[in-house]
Design a protein around this ligand. Structure first.
Ligand code: HEC
Ligand code: HEC
Ligand code: HEC
Ligand code: HEC
Length: 137
């Protein structure tokens, strides 16, 4: 399930350009040491990459609450995020438990330098210029 958005065509065009740009950045990331790059993910971002920080409230107290709680504070429309899926064994629809961040969060929203659509650069920590909280390299 992807997030719904208005201005779809425009967004799609930007997303395509951005995808090309990301591709170029990925090549750069491999040379992070040589270029002084600030990549965090090793290749394509994975759920484990997200959990490294988002399940670690000790190192990242600004997250304020565990990941399920963050989501549950957003909406009480359970089925908006937990879709019903058919279970062969039970022969019934059961509530799914979504775990993989990347099925709902677009790569374009979690990757890219300041000024891009990366939400990490739209946070209070970024505004305070505390780059080292997330970038330890
Ligand atoms: C809340 C966490 C967070 C903060 C704070 C933050 N960043 Fe990032 N930044 C990220 C994430 C996540 C990425 C995506 C990493 C990747 O693509 O490997 C990223 C990517 C980048 C990239 C692109 C790296 C690449 O190789 O594509 C640059 C450049 C960057 N950040 C600079 C900064 C600077 C400068 C600051 C401080 C003014 C900052 N960031 C603060 C999380 C953060
Ligand atoms: C290096 C640590 C780090 C990694 C890796 C990371 N995040 Fe974050 N992320 C943070 C921190 C810290 C914040 C909160 C910063 C703040 O509120 O000042 C944040 C904020 C966010 C936000 C909310 C942004 C907002 O506007 O408040 C989303 C959504 C998010 N992350 C999703 C992800 C997903 C999905 C991944 C995996 C692809 C990921 N993050 C990887 C550290 C990280
Ligand atoms: C905005 C999306 C969203 C909504 C709305 C939502 N959930 Fe969730 N829920 C999630 C995500 C994402 C996870 C998994 C988080 C993780 O694994 O870090 C989760 C996890 C859970 C879990 C497992 C708890 C845990 O500790 O892992 C239960 C139970 C749950 N949700 C029940 C509900 C119920 C009941 C509602 C409605 C009152 C609801 N959810 C509404 C996104 C949502
Ligand atoms: C079933 C879909 C779904 C899954 C799976 C999911 N999220 Fe989200 N998440 C959402 C939605 C919808 C929002 C609200 C819109 C937005 O901010 O993108 C959200 C918002 C967030 C926020 C901001 C919360 C706030 O208070 O504004 C963070 C942080 C976040 N997600 C992190 C994660 C991480 C990390 C994972 C994986 C461990 C994950 N999400 C898995 C749907 C999901």
């Amino acid at each position: 399930m992807k997030k719904g958005r208005g201005k779809k065509n425009w967004t799609l065009a930007v997303a395509c350009l951005f995808a090309l740009w990301i591709f170029a950045q990925a090549a750069n990331a491999k040379n992070a040491d040589a270029t002084g790059g600030m990549s965090i993910y090793d290749g394509e971002p994975t759920e484990a990459d997200c959990r490294m920080c988002h399940d670690d409230l000790v190192s990242f107290p600004m997250l304020l609450a565990p990941n399920p709680d963050r989501h549950h504070a957003l909406s009480t429309d359970c089925l908006g995020c937990h879709s019903m899926v058919w279970n062969e064994v039970l022969q019934a629809d059961v509530v799914s438990s979504p775990r993989d961040c990347l099925t709902c969060h677009d790569v374009a929203d979690i990757e890219g330098p300041p000024g891009s659509t990366n939400v990490h650069h739209q946070t209070a920590t970024f505004a305070a210029r505390d780059c080292g909280v997330c970038h330890t390299n």
